[in-house]
Ligand binder design. Structure first.
Ligand code: HEM
Ligand code: HEM
Length: 288
């Protein structure tokens, strides 16, 4: 796993835990009370979904989701913006806001859901949960530095570049042979269940070949810098081979995944608009 990705994961987990712990502590007593007894709680006027505190959580949570979706979608679709940061960084921005937003919204509902708002809530949760699977599939598709998907020709070109770098030393040549032989044995999957088992097999083969590569380097007299280059090129080649084997199936699954993630988001936004319209019509204005 790349260092920057690990850092992102640590940041994500910390920020989410902080949000959950602080929001739970703030309303601990209120959330544990049976719904019918809540109106007798001293904090009812601020803690109820239309109260200043919980209403605010709904507004900020919804705003986070709107910003997280629109910024990512705009950056992805408008060519003029393609030079602004890697797409994968913008996806991280999407993930942070679209995980934090739903957490705020859950506390906004005070853990009870009825009417049209319930549809918005359940679609929001389905979209956010399906996002985690989508993020995993996203990493299995080879991409360029900008985060855009590589074509088959681009994958071949990249493989050529890595081979050229490795062929500069005898150990490098052995590493190419080792990797090609290890991955050659693995068949391309033909359906969903074969894809899952192939992913596990590929991970095992990749780890095994990394160990063998280090063994080959240890038994040779290459310099420290050369060893580092061989390890990183071997890793890049193994990753490309790994992704190429499952690519066809992963692209198919990712296509179906979009068919859930995107329309569910649209249903969420439509029902959210209806929910906000009803709230405004009923006279709920938050602190404004
Ligand atoms: C995705 C975002 C949102 C979801 C999923 C959501 C969901 C909910 C749910 C489930 C309830 C509780 C309904 C019940 O009492 O059974 C609720 C209440 C409420 N929400 Fe939201 N909400 C969201 C965003 C917002 C926003 C942005 C506003 C601001 C206009 C808002 C205003 C309210 C108000 C005023 C209530 C209390 C309604 C009442 O007591 O009759 N919500 N919301
Ligand atoms: C309520 C929360 C969320 C909403 C409304 C939402 C909405 C969307 C939308 C509309 C897109 C399509 C963007 C486009 O192609 O223009 C998208 C893409 C995506 N989202 Fe989310 N999302 C949410 C949460 C998440 C979460 C929590 C994750 C990951 C943990 C995630 C991961 C992804 C991924 C991997 C893509 C595909 C990127 C691509 O193909 O370029 N989403 N999301």
């Amino acid at each position: 796993m790349k260092e920057s990705h690990l850092l992102f994961l640590v940041f994500l987990v910390l920020i989410i835990l902080t949000a959950i712990v602080s929001l739970s502590l703030k309303g601990f007593e209120y959330y544990l009370m049976p719904v019918e007894l809540r109106p007798f709680n001293a904090e009812y006027s601020t803690m109820k979904p239309s109260g200043s505190y919980s209403h605010g959580l709904g507004i900020f949570g919804a705003l986070m989701i709107i910003v997280g979706v629109s910024v990512y979608s705009t950056r992805k679709r408008i060519r003029a913006l393609w030079s602004i940061g890697k797409l994968s960084r913008w996806l991280e921005f999407h993930i942070v806001l679209c995980l934090l937003g739903p957490i705020l919204v859950i506390y906004h509902t005070t853990f009870k859901a009825g009417g049209i708002a319930a549809i918005s809530l359940w679609t929001m949760l389905s979209v956010a949960l399906s996002g985690i699977i989508g993020r995993f599939l996203y990493t299995l598709i080879p991409r360029n530095l900008n985060g855009n998907e590589l074509s088959v020709d681009e994958i071949d070109k990249k493989m050529e570049e890595i081979s050229t770098a490795l062929q500069t030393s005898e150990v490098g040549k052995q590493v190419i042979q080792l990797l090609d032989e290890s991955f050659e044995e693995i068949q391309k999957p033909r359906n969903f269940s074969e894809t899952i088992s192939t992913l596990f097999k590929l991970q095992r083969v990749k780890s095994g070949s990394q160990k063998q590569t280090r063994g080959l380097i240890a038994g040779s007299n290459v310099s420290h810098d050369q060893a580092k280059m061989i390890i990183s090129s071997a890793n890049a080649r193994a990753t490309l081979l790994q992704k190429s084997i499952v690519l066809q199936q992963v692209e198919r699954i990712f296509y179906y995944w979009h068919v859930i993630h995107l329309p569910f988001s649209i249903i969420m936004f439509i029902t959210l608009a209806a929910h906000v319209a009803v709230a405004l019509w009923l006279g709920y204005r938050w602190i404004l």
